[in-house]
Design a protein around this ligand. Sequence first.
Ligand code: ASP
Length: 304
Amino acid sequence: MRVIDVAPPASGFALVLHGGAGGRDSVLTVEEERLYSAGLAGAYRAGQVVLATGGSALDAVCATVKELENCVLFNAGRGAALTARGEAELDASVMTGDGRAGAVAVTRHAKNPIFAARKVLEETAHVLLVAPGETLLSEWGLEIEESSYFVTDSRRQQLAKVQAKELAQSRHGTVGAVAVDKHGHVASATSTGGMVNQHEGRVGDTPVIGAGSYARDGVVAVSCTGEGEAFIQGVVAHDVYARMHYAGAALPDAVRGTIEAELNGRDADGGLIAVGADGRVVVAYNSSAMFAAYEESGELVTLT
Ligand code: ASP
C-alpha cells in the first residue's frame, strides 16, 4: 500500500484529483506519460482556479471532473470502459459536506455525467436516478450526445482483448476530485464507465454514496477508484469518515486502516483520494499504480 500525505496549504483551500487506480498493461511510454500528465494538470488547474477565486468546493470538483470526462484517456465520459456488449454505461456522483448528494447510473447520453449527478442534487428530491433520458437531460439544460460519442477505438480494442483473455481486467481509470474551499466546505465528485467487460446494467461503487464517494464538513471528503464491488461491500468512503469522526483517527491513519481492512481484506485493488477539513491531502492505493494530481508546497505534482 502506498500512502501520500500532504500537509495543509497556507492558502486555506485544497484540491486533489485522481484518474483511476489499478494495474497497467505495460509501462507508460514517454509520450503516454506526457499526455496523462497534461490531462491531469489541465483538470487540476480547472478546479484550482475556482477555489483560488473564492468559488465553492462543489464548483471546483465539478470543473475538474468535467475536464477528465472530456479527456479520452480516462475511464469516464468519452473514452469510458465498455460493457460486455460494447456499450458505454456511465455512472457519476457528487456530494457536498452539508450532507446533500446526487448521483446517476447507467447514463448513455449526458456528455458530462457529473453535471447530471449535480442536477439530481440540485433539482430533485432524490439522490440516485438510473438512465436519465434525453428529455430530462435537455430540460436540465445539459449537453446531450449520441451513445456512439462515448465509444473510442482504443476502448473497443481493450474490450476485445479482455474478452479474448489476452488482457487482465485490472485496468481501471475512473476519475474523481475532492476539495475544501476558502469557506471551509468540502465536496467530492466521482465519474466512471465502470469495469471493462462488465455485465450490462452492472453498477459499481461510483454512484453509491458512502461507497465510492463521501463528504462531511468539518471532517473529510473522499473519492474512490478500484474494484467497485469491494468498495460497496466495505462502504469504503464512509469508512474513512467513520474512523476519523468516531474513533478520532488522523486522516492518513484512517485511510490506511480502511484500505487494510476493506480492500486488502477482500483481496481487492484500488485507491482513494481524500481531503481533510483542514486541507490535509491523502492519495492512497494498494494497486500497482494510480493517476492523481495535487499540490505540495505550491508545486503541482502529477502521479502517473
Ligand atoms: N470503481 C469503478 C467501478 O467499479 C471502476 C474504477 O474505479 O475504475 O465501477
